[in-house]
Design a protein around this ligand. Structure first.
Ligand code: ADP
Ligand code: MG
Length: 547
């Protein structure tokens, strides 16, 4: 294995998990690989492909992605090709012949072609393994669902003895389960490599207006003179206006979105990769599979719709491991718009839940990296020191008893409740929902009466962010206690909660009022009339959703 790694890829050693994954594939077992962008997923199927007889079939969602991989493989002396709709007939004919003769080690193929060729080419080939790259595309619960991906379950049935390896950089628990189910993976070995990217700094700016954003962006870029970066915007038109604003300052900027011709998109991507432009202003259409190691920063001009999208996008910075900065602008207007989109979408419940988690990240007063990692199911016990919350921390107190009260109520209801009924139980409100289940009989009923309901909401949010419980959004959003939650519940560890910062809480006597933004305050900077309007709209929307 090491020899092959050295010979074809020029590396001396494996990265964490690569070797185990490769062995699993060579043993003929199915596997699911979760590894952050840039972690080195490709080798996990490319190396087995070289070591096995026959041809590895690699399903990949983007033609540009296939092209890059095939080019670099060929440059390393590996026989590889890509079968997709952008080839002309002669090219495809040559490829087909190579496949039948068994002279190709890797065949990259689009999902459409895979389905179309199932009963033709695939039957006549000697296939060594199937690799499904960007496997989250198969799930409607993933952040980039592609209908063509959803039909690939037939592989497992049609080729029962050929191992399947599914790979992705972003999938929460429910998406992972969905990938396994939809691909009919057979007792797959699941590999989750750490999602931690400690070299990325995390900063959120709340409630900036367009002008303030422009100024903040220019300041930020000024601190990154000449360094490559990406600015993600929600709309195509916004990418254009932001680009123009930067071009006026003499910066070299490209625009990338799905409304441009593929020629122009390729050009923009090429210019960026080869440092002919410093900055790309893009929609989410940009970035999948781009292998540029020295992207030094990523700015989100708008709030992304999920933590998965956000993490995927900031993950494009700092792939060389060097310090890189990320900046997210969070505004109420974005939140409303995205809530609307989510409400109108088919997957309403899930999309709203994902948006809410994104919102919680943006509003957090605990270490932001802990939120990200706990979202992906990774337990952490330490604050990162490289996010704005760590650098400017809120005051904290020993909240163990508060946390224990909440967690014990969750346990006593057998983890079958959501947050609002939990608050009712803690506050001792005998609502119809409470009495229907007989929860007023519980020992914990009313145990948290001294804490106002909205403070409970805040503490619960903090507890979620600290990873003491999870929300099972495939189970009516019921709360499930985690291991670190149990540790607090049974007195094995202490819970440090943040003092709630609110507008009306009077500053301590004699001390100067702190210039921090109160956590639940209306974001600053929106013009007054508009902000009131937006705030009303949000309240109405929330109420409708709650109803
Ligand atoms: P992913 O698909 O997980 O985003 P890639 O497979 O494209 O990541 O790999 C990212 C980068 O890491 C590539 O430049 C690749 O050559 C490099 N890489 C992968 N494995 C190793 C290794 N064992 N040693 C050094 N570099 C590696
Ligand atoms: Mg990849």
């Amino acid at each position: 294995m090491i020899q092959t790694l050295k010979r074809y890829f020029g590396y001396d050693s494996f990265r964490p998990l690569q070797e185990e994954i490769i062995r699993t594939v060579l043993d003929g077992r199915d596997s699911l690989v979760l590894m952050p962008t840039g972690g080195g997923k490709s080798i996990c199927y490319q190396l087995p492909a070289l070591l096995c007889e026959g041809t590895a079939v690699v399903v990949s969602p983007l033609i540009s992605l296939m092209k890059d991989q095939v080019e670099s493989l060929c440059a390393n002396g590996v026989a590889a090709g890509a079968l997709n709709s952008s080839n002309d007939e002669t090219e495809n004919a040559v490829l087909r012949r190579a496949c039948m003769e068994g002279s190709l080690k890797l065949l990259y193929i689009s999902p459409e072609k895979l389905i179309a060729e199932a009963n033709y080419l695939l039957r006549d080939m000697h296939i060594s393994l199937f690799a499904i790259d960007e496997a989250h595309c198969i799930s409607q619960w993933g952040h980039d669902f592609r209908p063509e991906y959803a039909q690939m379950g037939f592989i497992r049935e049609m080729f029962p003895n050929i191992p399947v390896i599914a790979l992705t950089a972003t999938a929460d628990k429910i998406t992972r389960e969905d990938i396994v189910r939809q691909l009919h993976l057979n007792q797959p070995k699941v590999f989750i490599s750490s999602f931690d990217r400690p070299n990325l700094s995390l900063t959120v700016k709340r409630g900036y207006q367009q002008k303030e954003k422009s100024k903040a962006i220019l300041d930020f870029i000024g601190r990154h003179r000449g360094e490559s970066g990406i600015i993600y915007c929600m709309s195509r038109s916004k990418t254009e206006t932001v680009a123009q604003m930067l071009q006026k300052q003499g910066l070299r900027v490209a625009v990338y979105h799905a409304g441009l011709s593929s020629v122009r998109r390729d050009e923009a991507q090429d210019d960026f990769i080869n440092d002919r432009v410093q900055i790309v202003c893009a929609t989410i259409a940009f970035g999948m599979g781009i292998d540029k190691s020295n992207v030094r920063w990523v700015i989100h001009y708008n709030l992304p719709k999920s933590i998965e999208s956000f993490y995927q996008e900031i993950g494009r910075a700092g792939r060389d491991g060097l310090p890189s900065d990320t900046l997210l602008f969070y505004s109420l207007a974005d939140l409303i718009l995205l809530t609307k989109f989510a409400t109108e979408s088919g997957q309403q419940g899930i999309n709203l839940e994902k948006l809410q988690r994104m919102q919680q990240y943006a509003e957090a007063d605990v270490c932001r990296r802990r939120i990200l990692l706990s979202y992906f199911g990774e337990a952490t016990t330490e604050d990162c020191g490289n996010c704005d919350v760590c650098k400017n921390p809120p005051q904290r107190f020993d909240g163990t008893v508060i946390v224990q009260k909440a967690l014990s109520a969750i346990v006593r209801t057998e983890q079958q409740i959501g947050t609002s009924i939990l608050v009712d139980i803690l506050r001792g409100n005998n609502t119809p929902d409470v009495s229907e289940k007989g929860y007023q009989q519980l020992k914990t009923f009313g145990a948290g009466r001294e804490v106002p309901a909205r403070d409970w909401q805040d503490y619960l949010l903090q507890m979620l962010q600290l990873g003491y419980f999870e929300i099972a959004y495939n189970e009516n959003n019921h709360l499930k206690i985690t291991n670190s939650g149990s540790d607090v519940l049974f007195g094995r560890s202490q819970a440090r909660l943040a003092v709630i910062r609110r507008e009306e809480s009077a500053p301590a006597k004699g001390r100067k009022k702190k210039p921090t933004i109160p956590v639940r305050e209306l974001p600053l900077g929106l013009p007054n009339t508009e902000s009131e309007e937006l705030f009303e709209a949000l309240r109405a929307l929330r109420k409708r959703l709650a109803d």
